[in-house]
Structure formats: structure tokens, C-alpha cells
Design a binder for this molecule. Structure first.
Ligand SMILES: Cc1ncc(COP(=O)(O)O)c(C=O)c1O
Length: 382
């Protein structure tokens, strides 16, 4: 993540000193300027800043008209928000295995499609892009909407495109752990003007007219409040300037570690769908024990954690529990949906055998290289 510092502090102070906190009170203000810059960077024609990645996913789903009776394909390895967002708009998540790239497996997408499937949410986990060529081809064949969850891959490239701007609509998160970090925040990206207008409507109670030109206005519908203040917009502008250098450093470091690990028996650098643009590195072992032993040397961790990144820990989803029994999308589904902790056993096996290497150290490159050499250079595995 890009470090927060004095520049963000000054940016927030400027907003307070200016006295206009509301983004829609400040046309051409900080938030709008940030959106334009993010649009220029990613190539998405429209960007909407919202209060988080979860909100961004809900906006995207609502924009796409996903609702009761619809099935949405989500990977078994992702932050739980990817699976809860469809529920919040009345649809049900269908779990799909990941493959060795740690992203949704196109073959299992095909296997999980039913007549009720409306959308796929590929998730670019831990800065690793999904196999978007294959996913877009499947979506085209089956007439499905692609909502990219790029919450963990802000600024990451897939071939000549940016994650989040490849499918019909995409979601970013700017929470504390993300590439752009302001504590909490998110964005919706799309090049479709109707999806944009609907997302904007949904994020603003259906008001959808504060300071907007007529072009993208539409008949309003009931929405939520996911707006941000100008403080967020101003801080995001600073963080966006730090994104490129931060990702460039991760890319250099991936190359350094990959070079050192390439010669070792018993481990394999994980499949990556665009290694030339890679900014994160994971390694796959033959056994879970070997992965544990590798992680035990420090500088890496095994991915089958006990947090909400793995479907087996998604209790509200597995138990199909919502805040009110009558607001329960599983009751509206077109068929009986069941979940169990073994349903994506292949994903669990891959996660248990995969270690993520930490590339985020603030050491200068030459010291990082030395540490990598010391840790993994000679005599490993022993
Ligand atoms: C893959 C993924 N999707 C969605 C989200 C939700 O983002 P937020 O926490 O900003 O609501 C996150 C955040 O952790 C995430 O990692």
C-alpha cells in the first residue's frame, strides 16, 4: 500500500480550510478531479467514488439490474464482500473454484452456469489478474455480465488493460490494506453510460442530480447513500500520485525474488496471467507441509488463513442468514441452493500449498535483494 503522510494531511486540511466538505457542493472539486485522473489512467470512461469496495460492488450489481432470482458466480477465495454484495441486491452467490493462479477458474465457471446465472464476478486477488480473455469469452458466449472485483488490484495491468476496466463494470477499494489507501473508500468504473448513470443513482438515494449535467440523468429509483466527502477526494488525489512508483517497486521486487526462486526444486512460481506486468509473487508447493516449512523461514505466509478470505469462513453465506427472514434471496432463488465447507475442496488444497512472498518491505532495492539472497539464495530447500 502507498504510505499515508504529510501530503495527505495537507490535502485534508485544504478541504477543511476551504469550508466545503460535500463533493456535490464543490463542482470541479477534489473528488471530481480524482475521478477524471483515475479515468485517464485506467481507460474507463466513467469513475464514481463511493464509500468502500463493498458499496462499489453493490452499485455495480444494482447498475447491472441484478436482483431476486439471479445467480452470480463468485470465487471461493476472495474477501467475503464479493459474496455478500449479490445478497444485498437480492441475488444469490454461487461458489466457483480457483485454479493455481489463485483466481477464478474459467473451466469451473462454465461448469457452474445455469439458466439463472446473470453475472460473473472475477476477483483479481492479491494483485494477481484473472484470466480475463477466457472470462470475457465465456461471458460473451452465455450472455453474462462481468463485474470485476479489482478491490485488491488498483492500478494492476492485465496485458494492455487495467484491472477493473476490462469487464462491463468494475469495483475498487481504497481501504487501509489496498494499493490506494485512505482508511475506507472505493470506486465504480465503467465505460457504459447507462451503467454509470444507474450506479450513480444507486449511490445517492436515487437523487442522482446533484451538480450533474443532463446527459446521464435517468428515471430515478430508490438507492443507498454511499457518497464521499471532499476530504476523501483530496486524499485520494495524493494517493493516486503515489500508486505508479509503488507498483513499479513491487514489479522490480517480484522479478528479483522470482529470479532467486526459479532454480529451486520442489516449488513452482504460481501461474500468472500476465507475468511481465506482475506485481505480486506466490509460490506453489507439492504438499501443504512444504508450504508451511517455507513460510516458517519468514518473509512469506500460507494462503489458507482463517479469515474471511476463504469461503469456509463465510458463516452468514454458508448459513444463508440475512438481517430479516423475509429479505432472504435464497428463498427467492429459482432452485434450491446449498453450500458446504467441502464444496470447493480444490481451492482449499491450492491455498494450503501456496505461499505469498511479501514484497512490500520499505528497504531500498539493494538491501531487499541482499535479504532475498540470504533467505532463499543458497541451499533451499534443505
Ligand atoms: C476482493 C475484495 N472485494 C471487496 C472488498 C470490500 O472492500 P471494502 O472493505 O472497501 O468495502 C475487499 C476489501 O477488503 C476485497 O479485498
Amino acid at each position: 500500500m502507498a504510505k499515508l503522510g504529510l501530503r495527505e494531511w495537507f490535502a485534508a486540511g485544504r478541504v477543511i480550510a476551504g469550508g466545503e466538505m460535500l463533493r456535490y457542493g464543490n463542482r470541479d472539486g477534489f473528488t471530481q478531479t480524482f475521478e477524471q485522473r483515475l479515468s485517464d489512467l485506467t481507460g474507463a470512461d466513467h469513475v464514481l467514488t463511493v464509500n468502500g469496495g463493498t458499496g462499489a460492488l453493490m452499485c455495480a450489481l444494482a447498475a447491472a439490474g441484478i436482483g431476486p432470482g439471479d445467480e452470480v458466480l463468485v470465487p471461493a477465495y476472495t474477501w467475503m464482500a464479493t459474496a455478500t454484495a449479490p445478497v444485498m441486491v437480492g441475488a444469490v452467490p454461487i461458489l466457483v473454484d480457483i485454479d493455481e493462479s489463485l483466481t477464478i477458474d474459467p473451466a469451473d465457471i462454465e461448469a457452474k452456469i445455469t439458466p439463472y446465472t446473470k453475472a460473473i464476478i472475477p476477483v483479481h486477488m492479491i494483485n494477481v489478474p484473472c484470466d480475463m480473455d477466457a472470462i470475457m469469452a465465456i461471458a460473451k458466449k452465455h450472455d453474462l455480465i462481468v463485474i470485476e472485483d479489482a478491490c485488491q488490484a488498483v492500478g494492476v495491468r492485465y496485458k494492455d488493460q487495467y484491472c477493473g476496466a476490462i469487464g462491463d463494470i468494475g469495483a475498487f477499494s481504497f481501504n487501509t490494506y489496498k494499493n490506494i489507501n485512505i482508511g475506507e473508500g472505493g470506486a465504480v468504473l465503467t465505460s457504459d453510460p447507462t451503467l454509470f448513470a444507474r450506479a450513480r443513482n444507486y449511490h445517492d438515494l436515487g437523487a442522482s442530480m446533484r451538480g450533474h449535467d443532463e446527459t446521464y440523468n435517468l428515471e430515478t429509483f430508490v438507492g443507498n447513500n454511499m457518497r464521499v466527502t471532499e476530504i476523501e477526494g483530496a486524499m485520494l488525489g495524493v494517493q493516486l500520485s503515489k500508486l505508479g512508483p509503488m507498483l513499479a517497486r513491487l514489479k522490480r521486487r517480484r522479478a528479483m525474488v522470482a529470479e532467486v526462486l526459479a532454480g529451486h526444486d520442489g516449488l513452482q512460481i504460481s501461474l500468472h496471467h500476465d507475468p511481465d506486468n506482475g506485481v505480486s509473487l506466490t509460490v506453489l508447493f507439492e504438499t501443504a507441509d512444504a508450504a508451511q516449512a517455507f513460510a516458517g523461514r519468514g518473509g512469506a505466509y500460507v494462503l489458507n488463513d482463517n479469515s474471511k478470505h476463504v469461503y469456509t469462513n463465510w458463516a452468514p453465506i454458508l448459513n444463508q442468514r440475512t438481517f430479516h427472514p423475509k429479505m432472504n434471496p435464497w428463498a427467492w432463488a429459482n432452485r434450491e441452493i446449498t453450500y458446504d465447507v467441502d464444496m470447493c475442496a480444490r481451492s482449499l488444497d491450492i491455498l494450503a500449498r501456496t505461499c505469498r512472498i511479501d514484497l512490500t518491505s520499505r528497504l531500498p532495492d539493494f538491501l531487499f535483494r541482499r535479504r532475498v539472497q540470504r533467505r532463499w539464495g543458497q541451499g533451499f530447500p534443505d
